[in-house]
Design a binder for this molecule. Structure first.
Ligand code: ADE
Length: 224
């Protein structure tokens, strides 16, 4: 998979995307994540990327030309499955969306900043709009990092233990059951006996029941 991210603040993405599992995925050539600084496509000698809103109003708007030049140059070399704009008015990200996107080959992610991006970028280039929650961030970068993380970890071979992504919360529509590691007894706080029994069918049954119990307690809406 190839992911190209367009931003005016590359520094906000470089840390989260180049550590841990996302770094390993790139080192193993399972995906490449390319961060593009929109300012390199800015206009004139000041590399301008934003301007005042037509009609008045607070906040600067990212201009269409730098985006158009950068996106068109990317599209000359690669066929993209989706061009995604991270925005609080997009459709809410969920596990199903991440699963579907993890099967794609090439994605562009667009991060807005300041007041947002010129509507014509959305009209002409964007194929999907995603929000990571009903709150407003300063820009789309942290949302893009969240989206990348949730997609890349699902690419086969990225997680060491293949089964591990499948047992995540939401993957089967339920929250995950509790997990424990050593010691089996911490000052009298014991790990549930069943997990030490070696009886794997019974352990699976216990985990499913716990997942159902926790989901009905914390997120009953998921059971509907
Ligand atoms: N940009 C600003 N807020 C956002 C959000 N909640 N989701 C995605 N992109 C955003």
């Amino acid at each position: 998979m190839r992911i190209d991210i367009i931003t005016v603040l590359p520094g906000l993405l470089e840390g989260p995307l180049n550590l841990s599992i996302l770094k390993r995925a790139q080192d193993k050539n399972l995906c490449s994540i390319n961060i593009h600084d929109l300012k390199e496509y800015g206009i004139g000698k000041h590399r301008q990327v934003d301007d005042y809103q037509f009609g008045g109003g607070a906040g600067m708007v990212l201009m269409i030309e730098p985006f158009a030049n950068l996106i068109n140059s990317l599209k000359e070399k690669t066929d993209y499955d989706e061009i995604i704009y991270l925005t609080p008015d997009g459709s809410l990200l969920d596990q199903g969306t991440s699963n579907a996107l993890s099967l794609k080959k090439n994605l562009i992610l667009i991060c807005g900043h300041y007041k947002g991006i010129d509507q014509r970028i959305r009209d002409l280039f964007v194929t999907k709009e995603i929000s990571i929650g009903d709150y407003v961030l300063t820009g789309g970068e942290l949302a893009a990092a969240v989206l990348c993380d949730s997609i890349v970890r699902l690419i086969p071979g990225v997680l060491g233990d293949e089964a591990s992504a499948l047992s995540d919360s939401f993957q089967d529509g339920l929250l995950a059951p509790p997990i424990y590691t050593r010691p089996a007894d911490f000052h009298g706080n014991k790990v549930p006996e069943i997990l030490l029994s070696g009886n794997f069918p019974k352990i699976e049954e216990w985990r499913t029941n716990k997942a159902l119990e926790i989901t009905s307690l914390k997120r009953p809406d998921l059971l509907k």
